[in-house]
Ligand binder design. Sequence first.
Ligand SMILES: [Cu+2]
Length: 219
Amino acid sequence: MFQEANTFSHSSGQESKQNSSLFMLCVQLFFAMLAFVAIVGGYFVLLTALSPIKSAPIAHAAVIERHVNVSLNIVINQAGMQQDWPAYSPTAMTVPANSLVTVTIHNYDLGDTPLPTNSPFSKVQGTVGGVATANGLAYNYLAPAKVAHTFTISQLNVNVPIPGDAPKGATYASVTFTFHTGKAGTYTFQCFDPCGTGSSGWMGPMMTKGYMVGTLTVQ
Ligand SMILES: [Cu+2]
């Protein structure tokens, strides 16, 4: 009995040594697993946190790739309209948001209405590349005296002066430019060249919807 107990106690001492190293091994394993979980978990947390940032430019680029073309005329003395009042035709356009819009304007109202010297509206602004093309030639500025109209969206800082000269034999001047639309909304496009009536040239068609003032719906 004593012997047994002694043996037991003896072997128990060995066992407790083994147990303690086994315990240490378990502790080490536990911490190793904890570290593993932390690293793997941390990786996925980081991946999740970064993924919107990584995917955002791609989504943005995909959206901006939408590219539409719109045609706009500047007409005068059309049936049913005030005599000698130039007008955009149409005066309502709808384009997609966050997109590129290429506008082609045919200006049938030839002849210039000079802008004041140093008018900011003689500069092309807010278009892709800061340029427009008139009758096949790129430009970023027109001499104030050589402007017939402008296509201006103040809210989007877009301004394109439109020449009053057509190529020989043509009945219109052709102007093309591209701009980015931003968020959806209702914008006004209008002329800032004093082509209207009154001593200032700012009355009549310049302030009347359906003439040199139009609505751009971005949706
Ligand atoms: Cu005008």
